[in-house]
Design a protein around this ligand. Structure first.
Ligand code: NAG
Ligand code: NAG
Ligand code: NAG
Length: 230
């Protein structure tokens, strides 16, 4: 009896799980287009990153953006602050851009394979090296995704490799707003340190979206900056 009611519960849960299935049958629209979280000030394309000069135009607020083309290309832009659990005053700012090809996997996950021209700027006022730009060339996997209908249109939810949700993204354009689909710098392995531009400038006028403030246990910091790549 207990077993059969457990079984009934399990089956009752299935439709909910199916919502996050990758198949377009479970999504209100295809993933193609340009998506952006919150007030939609972080958007992929030329307004965010210039890979040739390894520079960013900092948005006024934090957020995340993804663009997907129907022919298997993606671009992503992300601006966030990561709080340090053991030192609440030490907040690390990260701006990240990369592009490349994406694939849908049989288990419903999405794999992003970046070209070697991705880059990020990391600023940690408490670290010895407090401000640097480095290449970002890490394959990313998003375990689940779903597109549901929101009052303002389609809403894309992506869940990272640890199944933690990213901030939900609204569709800002039905087409991908992206830089040219090719290598846009020589995949520099040089790290630029001590850049003068600061993510923390005019922080008084900059809103920090709570959803982008990720609290991490101090043990996570044992791996240092690597943990920011997630
Ligand atoms: C977090 O704060 C601790 C203690 O101040 C420090 O040792 C550590 O490097 C910080 N971690 C990061 C990623 O800034
Ligand atoms: C889903 O498939 C991808 C690609 O094969 C794999 O990397 C990932 O680990 C799988 N996820 C799970 C939860 O098994
Ligand atoms: C980027 O990563 C890929 C896959 O790990 C590797 O083959 C390639 O050599 C890397 N490129 C650079 C410039 O590090």
């Amino acid at each position: 009896m207990v077993f059969s009611s457990l079984l009934a519960l399990a089956f009752a849960a299935l439709p909910a799980l199916a919502q996050t299935d990758f198949s377009s049958a479970h999504n209100v629209t295809a993933i193609g287009g340009t998506w952006s979280s919150g007030s939609q000030q972080v958007v992929t394309g030329s307004g965010f990153a210039n890979p040739a000069t390894l520079s960013f135009t900092y948005p006024n607020v934090t957020g995340v953006s993804f663009a997907f083309s129907e022919d298997g290309w993606y671009e992503t832009a992300r601006y966030r602050f990561v709080s340090n659990g053991s030192s609440p005053n030490c907040i690390t700012g990260v701006v990240l851009w990369h592009h490349g090809s994406y694939t849908f996997n049989d288990n419903g996950s999405i794999t992003l394979n970046p070209l070697a021209d991705g880059f990020q700027q990391v600023q940690d006022p408490c670290a010895a090296e407090s401000n640097f730009i480095q290449q970002y060339n890490t394959t990313e996997i998003y375990q689940l995704w779903s597109i549901t209908e929101d009052t303002n249109g389609p809403l894309l939810r992506l869940y990272d490799s640890g199944s933690a949700p990213l901030a939900p993204m609204s569709q800002v354009y039905s087409t991908p707003n992206i830089l040219p689909q090719k290598l846009l710098n020589n995949g520099t392995e040089a790290t630029i340190t001590g850049t003068s531009s600061s993510l923390f400038v005019s922080s008084a006028s900059r809103q920090w979206a709570p959803a982008e403030l990720v609290s991490l246990a101090s043990s996570v910091f044992a791996v240092g900056v690597a943990s920011l790549l997630l």
